[in-house]
Design a protein around this ligand. Structure first.
Ligand SMILES: [Zn+2]
Length: 251
């Protein structure tokens, strides 16, 4: 049942409802929208939470009532989310779209190395992590961020060069809502998780943000340039739509 309702701040039109689903409490962000014609509920895959958008006239009691009726649907959606994958030994993690098994090598000299797996079923590649066991997740995360920085900086340089631009800074973040962004000052930001995706996806995102250096919108002119820079626009967009949520469940 719905336990509590509270206002986030005095003037904010955002309410937070909590709903207990199968013993776990979930916070549901309630957004009032002047454009909303009816109540719509969606699950944000990356943060594993729900957003309920309601028309201005809907009361919180009506919103609570609506949520109660959606309970079954919400439980089903949560069940269908891909399982979380921890950065711990034996986890199977994609790197540049290729499955790798995490192997702990306490005696290793370099923090993370890649080697071919010897035999057996499963991934053909191993991600070997040295140092203490407790440090494996942190070492792997740092490694993925470094690799993402390197791949994205190179791809950005390549695409920016084609349109005669130079990019001052490429920053790697852990964003949940966007894979990349372009600031008005020409700095580009990306999610480190792109290094987990196939290389053509990362390359497309670099091309996409570089195209924003000339067109700060998603106009036909923007898409024309994006397609000139990347030959994989449709394929990469389709991959992100189908597989992107999975990347957010890693780490
Ligand atoms: Zn864009």
């Amino acid at each position: 049942m719905i336990a509590a309702i509270r206002l986030r701040s005095a003037e904010a039109l955002t309410l937070h409802l909590t709903l207990t689903l199968e013993g776990t409490q979930h916070v549901i962000a309630l957004r009032r929208s002047p454009r909303a014609k009816r109540m719509t509920l969606r699950l944000r895959n990356a943060s594993r939470d729900f957003v309920l958008t309601v028309p201005q006239t809907v009361t919180s009691a009506m919103a609570r009532d609506f949520l109660e009726r959606q309970r079954g649907w919400m439980i089903e959606r949560l069940r269908r989310l891909p399982a979380r994958v921890m950065l711990t030994p034996d986890a199977i993690i994609p790197l540049r779209g290729v499955a790798h098994r995490v192997v702990h090598r306490p005696e290793g000299l370099r923090d993370v190395t890649i080697e071919a797996a010897r035999h057996g079923e499963g991934p053909t590649m191993n991600l070997c992590v040295s140092g203490p066991l407790a440090q494996v997740p942190r070492a792997l995360l740092a490694y993925f961020k470094r690799e993402a920085q390197r791949d994205l900086a190179a791809a950005v340089r390549f695409h920016a060069g084609k349109i005669g631009k130079t990019v001052k800074r490429v920053t790697i973040r852990d964003t949940t809502s966007r894979w990349g962004s372009c600031s008005s000052t020409g700095n580009l930001n990306f999610s480190w998780r792109l290094v987990l995706a196939p290389a053509y996806v990362l390359d497309y995102l670099a091309a996409h943000e570089v195209a924003h250096l000339l067109h700060m919108d998603h106009s036909p002119r923007f898409w024309k340039l994006a397609n000139q820079l990347s030959g994989d626009v449709a394929r990469a967009e389709a991959w992100l739509k189908a597989q992107g949520a999975r990347l957010h469940q890693i780490g």
